[in-house]
Design a protein around this ligand. Sequence first.
Ligand code: DP6
Length: 345
Amino acid sequence: KIYQASTTAPVNIAVVKYWGKRDPKLNLPQLLNLSNSLQADLRTHTTAACSASFPASDSLLLNSSPQDVTGARTQACFRELRSLRAALEASDSSLPELSTLPLKIVSENNFPTAAGLASSAAGFAALVRAIANLYELSSSPTELSRIARQGSGSACRSLFGGYVAWQMGTKDDGSDSLAVEVAPASHWPTMRALILVASAKQKKVSSTSGMQTTVATSELFQRRAEIVVPKHMKEMEKAIKEKDFEAFGRVTMMESNSFHSTCSDTFPPIRYMNDVSWAAVGVVEDINRKAGKIVAAYTFDAGPNAVIYYEEANTDIVAGVVKGALGSVSGWESRDIKPQASDVL
Ligand code: DP6
């Protein structure tokens, strides 16, 4: 007999960035952070199966190629989920013993892997949720976020759609470092995002090693941790609550700039944005100048790709103009994303 369950999880893009760990093993962040999920289009679809008839060791296929599952991050997720299932089995002897069976996981991304499009976030969130479904665990998304975080920090936010905050927590074991929903995507139905793929190549500096070096060498990071991020989190939560796009856009852009500045201030410096990324910044500035207010906002993660937020009513003056202006800049490929309600998760 083969037991199986499937799910999907969205890519999420941080509008207040996570960068810096207080515990690299548990992926405990030094700072609060907040994201918006881009779920309609960019997703990982994962099926988790287990059976006594499978080969003895666990396996994972991503876009049809076998992945190493022996790494500490994947192992931590498997271990945590198995122990929750084992507890369930211990409390109800009528349940089949799935916790000891080998797992076979099959995942598909519909976007380039590891190009700064937060693929590890959607990947680990879908993996954790699929196994939780297979094991029929009653855990809430917040409870599962504790496990997904150990796969990749930003993955804890991909268990939700909409606007999600990741609380840094204070406990050493990370049990209070969890993702919570700030607002569902349906709270702000006119919000739109455009992804500009500047390069689908794998990034040169992984987030994990990049953030370790930043914490160790950048003094600007200290200021970011103490002053900038707490301020941005407060402003961002208010902007989302009030659906104030100008405030949302201003904080989103200043956050991205602050994050990439600490990357430049890292020694040796880290450079994720390239000339094509800066061309996108220029186009957004032009659009906002012409509109006389903030109608478009860019943000960049650990890669050169841009995410541009705007409201539906401004589609022509933002998405239309961005595509027109960057059409002449080589290397861009664009996709429209409409964040949707969290119930599609
Ligand atoms: C710039 O979550 O990929 O996208 O915890 O080491 O897996 P690990 O790092 P990861 O870092 C994401 C960094 C970021 C900002 C963000 O998503 O908040």
